[in-house]
Ligand binder design. Structure first.
Ligand SMILES: NCc1[nH]cc(CCC(=O)O)c1CC(=O)O
Length: 308
């Protein structure tokens, strides 16, 4: 590569920076280029600027991505690194998102400073902190007695809220903890059967300008095929449901014996109803598997499932 360095756009949170560094390290290893060939550019986004209100009140997905995508389109950066969990299913005109790094642990973790073994051991009426509509709904579906309070901020903030006694437990993504190297956080992974994770949880996606062939070829070197096949199913499911941050949706695709197994779940926000599905098909038919699952579910629950 003879051009100037490749500019990597990212949010400035500790997790976002860790993900940008992982992307740069993989690009260095794949291309043989030195770190001078890459520049990490931090971009401030709405979702980070607004700390005092629940994200679901400010707007749906896109709060963490809009400004970064604008920088990509205007040529201020050449690639953008995202948590795929925060990405809308459709990209703006002119941008492509088809490079996924090997997926981290997709599971949620149960985090408590007390010695409760897990969710089932929380005392009657215990207070749990989360800002995720999905986690809230899943929690209330299993334990309607629990009280859910709004919990935002990074890992440190959430742990300090636990130590102040604001809540007895919270949830975090295992992927975030692992990527940040937080080994001593008291986190227990929750099996997907007990709490199905968010679509794409644990996956880093790298976005680019559609016509930028130099970047397309570079990103092809670090794309992880299995992760791509899994995300195709999960994101087709999300797209079929027309999911936003206002709707509790969970889903996980896994490769088992050379086939793609997709589990999906939609919930009423108060947890009063849960509809789940589990289906397996050929590895390269994720788009169909996820799309058909979404259709079946919408048909089963009728049009006003999420809102009424
Ligand atoms: N919504 C915020 C967000 N986006 C991605 C992750 C974690 C890392 C990942 O799932 O890839 C988190 C934090 C969390 O849910 O604990």
């Amino acid at each position: 590569m003879t051009q100037a360095s490749l500019r990597i756009g990212t949010r400035g949170s500790p997790l976002a920076l860790a993900q940008a560094h992982e992307t740069r390290d993989r690009l260095m290893a794949a291309t043989g280029l030195s770190s001078d060939a890459f520049e990490i550019v931090v971009i401030r986004v709405t979702g980070d600027a607004v700390q005092d209100r629940p994200l679901s009140q400010i707007g749906g997905k896109g709060l963490f991505t809009k400004e970064i995508e604008e920088a990509l389109l205007s040529g201020d950066v050449d690639i953008a690194v995202h948590s795929m969990k925060d990405m809308p299913v459709l990209q703006p005109e002119g941008l492509s998102l088809d490079c996924f790094l090997p997926r981290e642990d997709p599971r949620d973790a149960f985090v408590t400073l007390d010695d409760h073994a897990g969710l089932a051991d929380l005392p009657e009426g215990a207070v749990v902190g989360t800002s995720s509509l999905r986690r809230r709904a899943q929690l209330l579906a299993r334990r309607p007695d629990l009280q859910v309070v709004e919990f935002r901020g990074n890992v440190q903030t959430r742990l300090s809220k636990l130590s102040q006694g604001i809540a007895g437990a919270t949830f975090l993504a295992m992927a975030g903890l692992n990527r940040l190297g937080y080994r001593d956080v008291p986190a227990r992974p929750i099996p997907p059967d007990a709490m199905l994770p968010a679509i794409a949880q644990g996956t880093i996606g790298v976005e680019r300008r559609t016509g930028d062939d130099r970047v397309r070829e570079m990103l092809a070197l670090i794309h992880d095929r299995d992760t791509g096949l899994r995300l195709a199913a999960e994101r087709a499911f999300l797209k079929g449901l027309d999911g936003s941050c206002q709707t509790p949706i969970a889903g996980l695709a896994e490769i088992e014996d050379g086939r793609l197994r997709m589990r999906g779940e939609i919930l009423r926000p108060d947890g009063s109803r849960v509809v789940s599905d589990d289906s397996t098909g050929p590895l390269d038919e994720g788009v169909d598997i996820g799309g058909v699952m979404a259709c079946r579910m919408l048909h089963e629950v009728g049009p006003r499932f999420f809102s009424d």
